[in-house]
Design a protein. Structure first.
Ligand code: SF4
Length: 223
């Protein structure tokens, strides 16, 4: 187990390696970020950013999107994949915002996760980035990177979220998640680029890999 001080040092080093880490989704309002995050499921932020300008030009808020039919939305979001389910979620989400929240995105985890298509990760993205409520989104990158480094243990997103939140003050949660996500996309990919990683001296996975690979001297002694 790593000490709280070590964990802070790891996050500080990741901050320095990825200065200004932020969500890569483009948005101007909480509603746009909520819709973009729903669209990002099983897609990429870059792909979503290509479709949202036209989508938000036509449906800039919950009121306008609530009046859409699925066949209006589907062509606009087709390239993000699972477009039928996503169109249904977007319209359902917009209608519930209008019916229950005056068309506004609520700054509350329970209210957000009650919306169609919105899970805990999506809710945390919106809370942390657009509503100034600390949130720690845990996606597959956060799971992979935090387990490899050894600052979290497990593959349950909610448990890993709780473990990571316990190590940092709330004001660092959202940025820390963004940093882990960027690290997972750029450096600690499924096939990790450990030689480019600024936390390799703290990383459990890197230590395991070093133990598995005998040094040149050890190899030559065996031959
Ligand atoms: S040292 Fe390698 S495995 Fe560990 S966090 Fe860095 S890139 Fe990932």
């Amino acid at each position: 187990m790593k000490s709280p001080l070590d964990i802070r040092k790891i996050f500080d080093a990741l901050d320095r390696q990825h200065p200004g880490a932020d969500t890569e989704l483009h948005y101007t309002t909480a509603f746009e970020l909520l819709a973009a995050t729903i669209l990002s499921a099983q897609s990429t932020d870059q792909r979503v950013n290509l479709v949202t300008p036209a989508l938000f030009a036509r449906y800039p808020d919950a009121e306008t999107m609530a009046q859409a039919a699925p066949e209006d939305l589907e062509p606009l979001i087709h390239s993000t994949g699972f477009f039928r389910a996503k169109a249904k979620s977007l319209i359902g989400m917009a209608r519930m915002l209008v019916a229950e929240h005056g068309g506004e995105v609520p700054a509350d985890m329970d209210a957000l996760t009650a919306l169609p298509g919105v899970g805990r990760k999506t809710a945390n993205v919106v809370l942390g980035h657009a509503l100034h409520v600390p949130g720690f989104p845990v996606d597959r990158h956060v799971l992979r990177v935090s387990n490899r480094i050894g600052i979290a243990d497990g593959d349950d997103p909610e448990q890993v979220e709780a473990q990571l939140c316990a190590e940092l003050p709330p004001e660092r949660w959202t940025r820390a998640s963004d940093t882990l996500i960027l690290h997972g996309r750029r450096i600690c990919k499924p096939k990790p680029l450990c030689d480019q990683c600024d936390v390799r001296t703290h990383c459990d996975e890197a230590a395991r890999a070093t133990r598995k690979t005998p040094s040149r001297t050890a190899r030559s002694r065996k031959q």
